[in-house]
Design a protein around this ligand. Structure first.
Ligand code: DGT
Ligand code: CA
Ligand code: CA
Ligand code: ZN
Length: 575
């Protein structure tokens, strides 16, 4: 039993408390669940060595929750949760993932229409039963149907933000197995696709048995699908399937090419081989029965007479014809332009966020708390923003080695004006603007609204330009090509929001922006210390689009960035 198991149970209890309208209990359980999920020490070990009293020393844990944890560790169950599930047997996780279905709705839908899961929700919606419920109406029924459509299209696929950390965890463990000399994550994850169907891992080892045994006997395995001599597949508790293959050194490069894919890229490579009277498979490149390349990817591509494209571009398009030498790299970014603190809806303090950014090696960080019309986040008005600016000045004197840029994520109003006065905007070092409301405008209205905001001389960056939230919310209707043209005309930078639940802009948009000469920034949109590490997702996305380094504002060193920002918008251009 890991901390994660305990934290999952507490989250499940918290959700039921929310549904049963006990917000304070819900919040208490949720807080502890969050604490446990990031706690270094093992909760079970704490309990077993020092008892329930020791649990109560952990911040947020009172007597009641300590008892719950004790019961779970001792019996593997929590009776209270069992009772709640019996009272309302619904698939909470599934239903909560549908946009427009919150805790209150789950209760009503269950009590009035016996909705238990997405399948019964869909049935009720299609029969027009939801619109007849009090407080629902036709609009919410349509919204729910749209949410279901979304759910179905992404079912069985995992977001990169879910799959990559799991893949890394497994790969790291495999590296520790005796006789293992190399482990690589392959497949769509290595290509930084937005979603993955499964996790593919390749292992170079002298003892395949040891690798296979270590893999299938992992604690997080829910079900062994296949246990072979050199290939095994399992489904892990998170629900995703994992394939692990063991290869000899002489084949590792060829296998890495094959299992990185994509399938379309592999097809092109095989036809290239055929043209040279060679044969390519996952074991190597052959002339007759003689292997001529296979140990490394580079030697295989070289023997095929082409330059090796980075994995992100291997989609079977023009990656073997075009040269992508100036691609933005994973270590090229020197700072982050979108971060939120506990001044609004972030969880980290201003100082903690800055220190974490410094630890990550950033030269600068922009603090972009929300502004006043996003009232539920406690968004800043002019006064609060000026107060934060003074605190940033004071903090800047205390912390050396990183520049704190005064900034804000300014709200774009329905008509395209901003909710902070130009006078105060001019006092900020850099300004991001974003849409957070009126998602349903027509494409023309939405596009023109955003263009108007971009025309403001103080707006340096347009944040998360299409507003999508993966698996949750579609992008709003917006003509991205007009936005790109306007970005170039006004000198406004377009953000690639690296947050793995957004990845906004998507690769195709970025590509069109590159062709038009637009400037980009890659930002985390972090709302916590841990999320400041999300830049890599945005970089992966940018590389998929072939984004050159000189199009990316945060590749600049601080002095060059300051010079850029001191130049009037209209005169800013590619780096
Ligand atoms: P996914 O898992 O759906 O996100 O996508 P991939 O690309 O990871 O695909 P997957 O896991 O089915 O297979 C991993 C790689 O193995 C794939 O990118 C290319 C290679 N591969 C698998 N099956 C075939 C095939 O039938 N033909 C070719 N040429 N390559 C294949
Ligand atoms: Ca895969
Ligand atoms: Ca696979
Ligand atoms: Zn935002």
């Amino acid at each position: 039993m890991k901390n994660k198991d305990i934290s999952d149970i507490l989250f499940a209890i918290a959700e039921y408390f929310t549904v049963f309208d006990e917000p304070f209990k819900a919040r208490a359980y949720e807080k502890v669940a969050e604490t446990l999920s990031t706690l270094d020490s093992d909760v079970r070990a704490i309990y077993e060595s020092a008892g329930r009293k020791a649990l109560e020393e952990i911040p947020g844990i009172g007597k009641g929750i300590a008892q719950t944890i004790e019961e779970y560790i001792k019996t593997g169950r929590v009776r209270e949760l069992g009772a709640m599930r019996k009272k309302m047997p619904v698939n909470m996780e599934e239903l909560r993932s549908i946009e427009g279905v919150g805790p209150k709705a789950i209760k009503t839908l269950f009590e009035k229409l016996k909705v238990k899961d997405v399948a019964s929700l869909k049935k009720a919606a299609l029969a027009g039963k939801i619109q007849k419920l009090e407080k629902f109406g036709l609009k919410s029924e349509q919204k729910i149907l749209k949410g279901i459509e979304f759910f179905e299209s992404s079912r069985g696929r995992f977001l990169l933000g879910e799959a990559l950390p799991i893949a890394r965890r497994i790969a790291d463990d495999l590296r520790k197995v005796k006789g293992v000399s190399r482990v690589e994550i392959a497949g769509s994850i290595r290509r930084w696709r937005e979603t993955s169907g499964d996790i593919d891992i390749l292992v170079e080892a002298i003892d395949a048995d040891a690798v296979m045994n270590a893999f299938v006997s992992r604690e997080d395995v829910a079900h062994i699908i296949a246990h072979g001599e050199t290939k095994s597949s399992v489904r892990i508790k998170d629900g995703i399937d994992v394939d692990v293959r063991v290869l000899p050194k002489k084949s590792f490069g060829a296998a890495l090419i094959y299992f990185t894919g994509s399938k379309d890229h592999n097809v092109i490579l095989r036809s290239l081989a055929l043209k040279r009277k060679l044969k390519l498979n996952e074991y190597g490149l052959y002339r007759g029965t003689k292997i001529i390349a296979g140990a490394t990817e580079e030697e295989v591509y070289k023997a095929l007479g082409v330059i090796m494209p980075p994995p992100e571009l291997r989609e079977g398009r023009d990656e073997l014809e075009k040269k992508y030498s100036e691609l933005v790299g994973f270590t090229d970014l020197r700072g982050d332009f979108q971060t939120q603190t506990d001044w609004t809806d972030g969880t980290g303090s201003l100082e903690a966020m800055v220190r974490e950014a410094k630890r990550l090696g950033h030269e600068y960080i922009a603090i972009t708390d929300h502004t006043k019309s996003l009232a539920m986040t406690g968004g800043s008005d002019e006064k609060k923003l000026r107060k934060q600016m003074r605190e940033i000045d004071a903090l800047g004197k205390k912390i050396s080695g990183i520049k704190i840029l005064k900034s804000a994520e300014v709200n774009i109003m329905k008509d395209g004006t901003l909710d902070i006065s130009d006078e105060v905007l001019s006092e900020l070092d850099i300004v991001g603007a974003a849409v957070h409301s009126h998602f349903n405008l027509s494409e023309d209205e939405q596009t023109e609204r955003i263009m108007r905001a971009m025309s403001n001389p103080h707006v340096d960056i347009l944040f998360h330009p299409t507003g999508r939230v993966l698996k949750k919310r579609d992008p709003y209707a917006v003509d991205i090509d007009r936005i790109i043209v306007h970005a170039v005309a006004t000198g406004t930078v377009l953000e690639i929001d690296a947050h793995p639940w957004r990845l906004d802009l998507k690769d195709d948009h970025i590509k069109r922006g590159v062709d038009a000469g637009a400037m980009f920034s890659i930002d985390t949109d972090a709302h916590s210390l841990a999320e400041l590490s999300y830049l890599e997702y945005g970089i992966g996305q940018a590389r998929r689009a072939g984004l050159p380094k000189n199009h990316v504002l945060n590749t600049l060193a601080l002095p060059a960035l300051q010079k850029f920002l001191a130049t009037p918008k209209q005169k800013r251009h590619l780096l």
